[in-house]
Design a binder for this molecule. Structure first.
Ligand code: UDP
Length: 291
């Protein structure tokens, strides 16, 4: 966005983010950072708002589940109120978690999902679902220009070594020659999207015609079991780590894969980075961090 000439205000409460990730931008006069928690109202000038706030790793969002729901719901209300006052267009980073443990595979946007409303993942799943409701009600009731994208398992450089999600866990474990922790039998699947592909999707969606509200899936349709992912990470890191099997967390979705026809048709978007290539970049990053 800076390269395109925009002024950028980055808002973060650093609950799971790190100022070091934007350090290289701090001496750009069009870039500024504000430490703020969007659970509380915010009043700034803006013409485009990307609401990406909320920990996305199960370990992090389950640590303080009440705060997670507040971030999703109060956060959405505060950002939508800001968008209304500033007359800004607003994009919501929603999630494939709105589909829960799905009975429809791959998941198209018109599938309503199967989510446990009272489980340990609900703070995130139901929080994000309620945020989508708020976005569409502000759109219908206040004429706000909204963009809702549903993100499927994104990964890449700058993830926290203790993020807790599977890609960073496996890579860090492999690089340290520690055991690779497979939850359950490792036959559950996920579709992993490299961060640069996702950002390209965000930008195309934000700048698409006003009628395109979403919800729109952004993800890589390549689908892998956790055992396949472990095998790739072990090979690419030439690690001596062994696999260990641990209990499957409650309500862990058995399968997940996006149907991205809508993104292809409306945005001309599809991912271009293969899992192996994205893993190589991410491994190189973690090697540097760990050394
Ligand atoms: N997983 C695993 N080992 C780990 C971390 C995660 O086997 O060290 C599994 C987890 O049970 C899930 C999948 O990997 O089936 C993806 O988990 P992640 O936390 O990355 O994201 P989720 O898609 O569940 O939100």
């Amino acid at each position: 966005m800076l390269n395109d000439g925009h002024e950028v205000l980055c808002v973060d409460n650093y609950s799971s983010g790190n100022l070091r990730n934007v350090e290289h931008l701090l001496n750009n006069s069009r870039f500024s950072v504000l430490r703020h928690d969007i659970v509380f109202p915010l009043d700034v000038e803006a013409d485009q708002i990307y609401n990406l706030a909320c920990p996305a790793s199960p370990v992090h969002y389950q640590r303080d589940p009440i705060q997670t729901t507040k971030t999703c719901v109060y956060g959405a209300i505060n950002m939508l109120e800001l968008a209304e006052r500033a007359k800004a267009r607003i994009l919501q980073a929603s999630t494939s978690e709105v589909y829960g443990d799905p009975e429809v595979h791959p998941q198209p946007e018109d599938y309503w999902g199967r989510v446990n409303p009272v489980g340990i993942r609900s703070c995130y799943d139901e929080g994000k679902r309620c945020a989508e409701t708020l976005f569409f009600d502000y759109h219908r009731q206040c004429n706000l220009e909204i963009k809702v994208v549903r993100i499927f398992n994104t990964y890449g450089p700058n993830m926290h070594p203790q993020d807790g999600r599977v890609v960073s866990n496996f890579i860090v474990q492999a690089l340290k020659n520690e055991d690779i922790t497979i939850y359950g039998d490792g036959q559950q699947t996920r579709s992993f999207c490299y961060v640069d592909d996702l950002i390209e999707g965000f930008s195309r969606m934000m700048n698409s015609s006003a009628e395109l509200t979403g919800p729109l899936n952004l993800g890589n349709p390549g689908e892998f079991t956790m055992l396949e992912l472990a095998e790739k990470v072990l090979r690419l890191t030439r690690s001596k780590s062994k696999l260990v099997f641990m209990p499957l967390p409650q309500d862990d979705p058995r399968v997940r894969r996006p149907n991205i026809s809508l993104a292809r048709n409306k945005l001309g978007w599809e991912p271009s980075v293969r899992l192996e290539d994205g893993l190589k970049e991410t491994i190189a990053y973690f090697r540097k961090v760990l050394s």
